[in-house]
Design a protein around this ligand. Sequence first.
Ligand SMILES: [Zn+2]
Length: 346
Amino acid sequence: MKRIIGAMLALILCLGMSLPALAADNSAVDAKIQVLEQTYNITVQYEKDPDGSASIGTGTLHILQHVLEQITPDVVRQVSAFVKEKTGRNLTYSFVYKDHYNFGLPSSVEAHGVFYEELGLIEILLPSSSAGTYSSGDNPLAIAHEFGHALEWVVRSRYGNRLMAEWQDFNGGASYSAFDGRGSYDPTTFVSLYATSSYSEDFAETFAHAVVRDKAGLGFYNLLVQNGVKTPLGKKVDYLISLLPQCLNNTQGLTAQLQKVYTTPIYVEFQNQRLSGAYLQYMGYAYPRYVLRGIMSSPEINEEIATSQWSTEIGGWYVVSTTGNHYLVFPGGVVRRQAASLQIAA
Ligand SMILES: [Zn+2]
């Protein structure tokens, strides 16, 4: 792995020396941003590298577009209009180089995004270093999660503060507690560990998972109904679905999207192996810039990578380590070790 990095650095240095005057060309990114801004009435910004090139590629914008499509243009435009009414500017997605250190969080907590209500601003965080950065905010879950905060603001304003009490009643006495990236939770009450941290994170997480996890292998219907009875999580999803038409217009598209949680399969059978988490969060090609460099230090993998290959069929990278282990690495940071090798066409 070190040799590969060395070669990459040498290549970058050569390019840097031979092409010093070449200006960064962000025209493809800017053109795509223009389309998104017009379609959704939002603002999209990005930080630049020292050489002037955009911190994101069109792949990241493709992910953003896909998520906003799921939420539907009608709903995005209404939320953005509400934000503009309150803050004077459109709902803004800003892609910036920041990580958990910028927020004083412990290393066990990965921050992927932030919503600043007073500014109507969503920051999607891109790690600025290449070490250990196989996980960043430019994935559908983070993008949908931060939108969920803006949506919650609209819904709370129009439905009233009873929203919080009614939502928390579904938890059946389970209380929220400070998030430290560790611990366990009841998955029939909370959709993720992070959802256990507060009412607003619970709302944003429930919304984001229901929007994004709509492909085979990503479902969680088993956590919504058990023995024919709706679980607390199922009640929260239903409540969310019922709230939307009370607070926004033309919500049928988004409602239909959210209702897929009751039918999306949990597993995919692939070459006689059961894969879960397939298709997780992948919509573009934002991640290969990190993963395919072979830099992948993570709690799950501490091995040198022999080969890594993107598989559209799986929606993840198939990785073989130098010690002969097989992994599926899904964008967003989920790593699964497979019992046996898979035949992935080159
Ligand atoms: Zn949040």
